[in-house]
Design a protein around this ligand. Structure first.
Ligand SMILES: Cc1cc2nc3c(=O)[nH]c(=O)nc-3n(C[C@H](O)[C@H](O)[C@H](O)COP(=O)(O)O)c2cc1C
Length: 465
């Protein structure tokens, strides 16, 4: 590719799908006869295999390192806990053969040498299918779990994350090509001169060791990133292969793409080097009318009366159980000035009182009850594609045509059958439009996403990051 082409964004004209198995969330319906277990391996197996049948690029797990709490108690109204991502993905690797396996893992509480080794292990054992969704985890209450506590400011978290990711990349690049002898008559299994040590000495940690594994079929794990501030976006533009974004709506997605392209170019990378897959929810059916009815059913089970009140309590910082979920928003003010985010992956940050005033005004103007307001408010509302298979396929084809996104990371609202209608009906519609793969293009995640082989990190002299 010429320099000129690398500087100009070119839509691929394709859409990829990933499945985002949320684990902790209010979007997954657990109070319906159709709902399966949120923790049995069988649920994960069933949905991962369906995704693979639908040629999904990746199976994606979020992460929360502390049970979600609410006014000092475990918050058990929604789906509350989840098995460890790497354990789950290792098990899924053995019942799938080609779908990518993405583990969300934070840089704030892990150690780079340890995490890089575990991800390299998953990558090797799965035949080059592993990815790491890099998060910094923004809430101090998670920090209370750990020896270090909630020890980093927002800005510092990205400084730390960058040093962490750079170190991980050096670890994955430390065994050169041919580091494992190809002959059984060789003197030793590994060729010592082809194995380099990694030294890092920095503000937050020091590492001095020799990595333990050769590289995988896809060279090293694919890097996803989730974090939306300017610092987070710059970090992604420098380091990531794919952004798990919070911008699925068309205009917003186009704007986000332009922003990431500009940041990638500023970071010295190509305009197409960073892919974008927003979080999304699909409520699809044979006709628009059926899809609308389905949506009402889905929403009524996602946001029940208790969930609606509990949602407000998070921002009011106080018990609101005396309020009627079918009545207006509380007139009393929040007790906290800053919102106390109890949802595990918060990025709200608004002042609570100001927010309460805005919400009261908005719900009054639109005549919405607590329950209706909360239902209209939750983040997935923006991220939902509702309609007939053909109408939604047309919409997605438009995203592909302009290159608004590279794909969608779909959160199923029903486990484990929540992808069936998408795979059976939406995928064929997209294939007919020529915007969705008809077979996996390769065998590694990197190949299937259409990502270039990464350039090996610089030789491992002592680096100060
Ligand atoms: C779409 C999206 C998904 C996220 N998922 C997780 C997650 O699964 N686990 C987690 O600990 N943090 C998650 N985060 C939080 C980020 O890692 C980050 O800590 C937070 O967004 C604050 O950084 P920011 O100000 O750059 O957005 C997510 C953020 C975004 C935008």
């Amino acid at each position: 590719m010429t320099l000129h082409n690398r500087a100009k964004f070119q839509p691929s004209g394709k859409i990829q799908f990933g499945i985002f198995f949320q684990g902790v969330n209010s979007g997954t319906i657990w109070k319906a006869p159709e709902s399966g277990s949120q923790t049995d391996f069988e649920s994960f197996r069933r949905i991962a295999q369906t995704a693979e049948r639908g040629l999904f690029a990746a199976f994606f797990l979020g992460e929360g390192l502390r049970l979600r709490e609410h006014l000092g108690r475990p918050h058990a109204l929604d789906v509350a806990g989840r098995p460890d991502a790497q354990t789950m993905l290792a098990a899924l690797a053995s019942v799938t053969s080609i779908i990518g396996l993405v583990a969300t893992q934070n840089t704030t509480y892990n150690d780079p040498a340890d995490l890089a080794h575990r991800l390299a292990s998953l990558d090797l054992l799965s035949g080059g299918r592993a990815a790491w969704n890099v998060v910094t985890t923004d809430n101090a209450w998670t920090g209370a779990n750990f020896r270090r506590g909630g020890y980093l400011d927002h800005a510092d978290r990205y400084v730390h994350a960058e040093a962490f990711v750079e170190t991980a990349k050096r670890i994955w690049d430390s065994w050169e090509d041919g580091a494992v002898s190809s002959s059984v008559s060789a003197d030793s299994w590994a060729v010592p001169s082809h194995v380099r040590s990694v030294h890092h000495s920095g503000q937050h940690y020091s590492v001095d060791f020799t990595p333990r594994l050769p590289r995988s079929a896809q060279y090293r794990p694919v890097l996803f990133q989730a974090g939306d501030s300017p610092a987070g976006r710059d970090f992604a533009a420098r380091q990531a292969d794919v952004i798990f974004s919070a911008h699925p709506k068309f205009d917003d997605a186009v704007e986000f793409r332009a922003d990431i392209v500009a940041r990638s170019l500023a970071a010295g990378r190509g305009a197409n080097d960073v892919q974008i897959m927003p979080a999304s929810e699909f409520i699809v059916a044979a006709t628009d009318e059926e899809a609308r009815e389905k949506k009402e059913w889905v929403r009524s089970l996602q946001i029940g009366p208790q969930q609606a009140v509990a949602y407000l309590e998070q921002f009011w910082g106080r018990e609101l159980s005396a309020y009627d979920p079918d009545g207006p928003l509380p007139e009393i003010d929040p007790v906290v000035e800053e919102t106390s985010e109890t949802r595990g992956s918060g990025f709200h940050g608004a002042k609570a009182r100001q927010l309460a005033e805005q919400w009261r005004a908005e719900s009054k103007e639109k005549g919405l009850s607590i329950r209706q307001f909360v239902s209209s408010r939750t983040s997935r509302v923006d991220a939902t594609f509702t309609g007939s298979y053909t109408a939604v396929a047309d919409t997605l084809a438009e995203y592909a045509r302009v290159g608004a996104v590279d794909g969608f990371n779909i959160s199923p609202w029903l486990i484990p059958t929540g992808l069936d209608d998408i795979v059976n009906h939406l995928v064929p519609e997209l294939q007919e439009r020529g915007v969705y793969p008809t077979e996996y293009p390769g065998s590694t995640l990197r190949e299937n996403l259409g990502l270039a082989t990464p350039v090996r990190s610089e030789a491992l002299e002592s680096v100060q990051l």
